[in-house]
Design a protein around this ligand. Structure first.
Ligand SMILES: Nc1nc2c(ncn2[C@@H]2O[C@H](COP(=O)(O)OP(=O)(O)O)[C@@H](O)[C@H]2O)c(=O)[nH]1
Ligand SMILES: [Mg+2]
Ligand SMILES: [Zn+2]
Length: 309
């Protein structure tokens, strides 16, 4: 039978029979090598797998095969540069939850997320939470960011989980899609998940005091069904998905506004820093590419250099 992986602990998988909706606890049979990559966890949340049950009526089963993935996101394994840890697969979109106050998400952080989403071929959206705390200054900042990101093709939302504002509009965007949710600590990820999945009842965190240790121990990605149709993938242990294996040369291709003009650069290996005849730099000068986005590009480029990818 064909089944969908909802949770992976590395040795056990929670999977759902696509036809009947029955939940199984499954183990993997043998070793899979996929797409020529060595992965420390060959099966990920979001995978479609072939399941064989040993005995009718029992809930334990074997995963005997995995179907081709539409896409996947991974991070480098602590075991080494050439080992990857696949976090989730078959995503329709990725959602970054951000805030402009308590705490403030930096633009650099948002842009790294967007670059990673581009590299993984996953459409991204940015959701700003805690709008109830925004004064004129933050609203102005939000409007600027919304304009900047929408101009390059990303959807931007403004919500308040506290006041339940903007959430309906966001729900529509999640309808019948598989959405990976990420965001750094304190932005209201648990609050959002609780709002979208009332039966879940995740513990939310006091911004001021509590250290966050012990209560919410899960660090594995997990997928949940939305009552209205669609699925959410939560990645509790992950602050940011890494920019695994992006070369300096590729980076500008993951900025849609640069991708659109870089054909015009005089040199085809142009990194858009000091090269003559650079169409990207010219577009920044002409105001067609945002300076702030260019700064993010430059910072990410530098981080690739120091990490020596
Ligand atoms: N003012 C305000 N506080 C919020 C909002 N959403 C969440 N919070 C608070 O922000 C803190 C962190 O929320 P939590 O959901 O635990 O964030 P997480 O660390 O991203 O999971 C908690 O005290 C929440 O009550 C919001 O829309 N407005
Ligand atoms: Mg949380
Ligand atoms: Zn250039």
């Amino acid at each position: 039978m064909k089944a969908l992986v909802y949770k992976s602990t590395g040795s056990w998988y929670t999977v759902k029979d696509i036809a009947t909706g029955k939940i199984w606890t499954a183990r993997m049979k043998g070793i899979f090598k996929l797409d020529g990559i060595t992965s420390t966890n060959p099966i990920a949340v979001g995978d479609e797998v072939i399941l064989e049950s040993e005995n009718e009526g029992e809930s334990g089963a074997m995963i005997t095969d995995i179907l081709p993935r539409k896409n996947y996101i991974n991070r480098q394994s602590p075991k080494g540069r050439h080992q990857h840890h696949i976090i989730a697969s078959n995503l329709d979109q990725s959602l970054l939850l951000a805030t402009l106050k308590e705490p403030r998400t930096s633009q650099g952080f948002i842009d790294r997320f967007l670059v990673a989403s581009e590299a993984y071929h996953v459409p991204a959206l940015v959701v700003f939470n805690k709008s109830d705390l925004y004064k004129a200054k933050e609203m102005e900042k939000f409007e600027m960011m919304k304009e900047m990101y929408e101009a390059v093709g990303y959807k931007v939302f403004l919500i308040s989980m506290k006041e339940n504002k903007g959430v309906e509009e966001l729900r529509e965007q999640l309808l019948n899609k598989i959405t990976l949710i990420s965001g750094h600590s304190g932005v209201g990820k648990s609050s959002l998940l609780n709002g979208l999945l009332p039966e879940l009842n995740l513990r939310t965190q006091d911004v001021s005091g509590w250290s966050g240790k012990g209560l919410h121990t899960t660090t594995f990605a997990e997928m949940y069904d939305l009552a209205s149709g669609g699925k959410i993938i939560d990645t509790p242990g992950m602050r940011e998905f890494g920019l695994v294996d992006i070369s300096k040369q590729e980076l500008s291709h993951y900025f849609p506004e640069m991708r659109d003009v870089l054909q015009g650069c005089q040199f085809n290996n142009c990194l858009h820093i000091n090269e003559p005849g650079c169409a990207v730099k010219q577009a920044v000068i002409d105001g067609k590419i945002s300076e702030d986005r260019f700064v993010s590009y430059y910072n990410i480029l530098e981080s690739i250099e120091t990490n020596n990818y």
